[in-house]
Write a protein that binds this ligand. Structure first.
Ligand SMILES: *[C@@H]1O[C@H](CO)[C@@H](O)[C@H](O)[C@H]1NC(C)=O
Ligand SMILES: *[C@@H]1O[C@H](CO)[C@@H](O)[C@H](O)[C@H]1NC(C)=O
Length: 117
């Protein structure tokens, strides 16, 4: 039952994230959401980081390699994160280190994506 409830929660969160307005860029917000959805559980509950989360982050970093990509990805992640109740930004910011990858910005509620490079 717990697994089922988690699946429902994740589906709801994904639905909320996908509702985020679109921004013109080479990578879509939907794609960013698909890659990062496996990371949401760690950002809320902690525990083990899903391998899918790390592979998603790496895929995102490989695809988003320009300033414009980083900014649109930032806006997508920021708006999406703001809709997730209970998300711990400290934990989210641990993820790039845990996964051995990097992120061009640190997620905060007042992050200014137009300054991300
Ligand atoms: C940036 O990403 C594009 C598309 O994913 C890729 O074709 C290109 O080789 C990448 N450039 C660098 C410098 O990694
Ligand atoms: C968020 O996560 C950090 C690091 O795991 C923890 O120290 C902090 O207490 C958490 N904050 C909340 C509000 O749960």
């Amino acid at each position: 039952m717990a697994r089922c409830a988690t699946a429902v929660l994740v589906a709801v969160v994904v639905a909320m994230l996908v509702a985020t307005p679109h921004i013109n860029a080479t990578i879509s917000c939907e794609q960013v959401v698909i890659w990062l959805t496996p990371c949401i559980s760690y950002g809320i509950f902690g525990g083990k980081v899903a391998p899918e989360c790390c592979s998603g982050m790496k895929a995102l970093n490989a695809a988003a390699n320009t300033t414009a990509d980083h900014r649109s990805q930032c806006q997508c992640v920021k708006e999406g994160a703001a809709r997730i109740p209970g998300l711990n930004y400290t934990k989210v910011n641990e993820l790039p280190d845990i996964c051995g990858t990097h992120c061009p910005y640190r997620l905060t509620t007042d992050l200014d994506c137009s300054k991300v490079n």
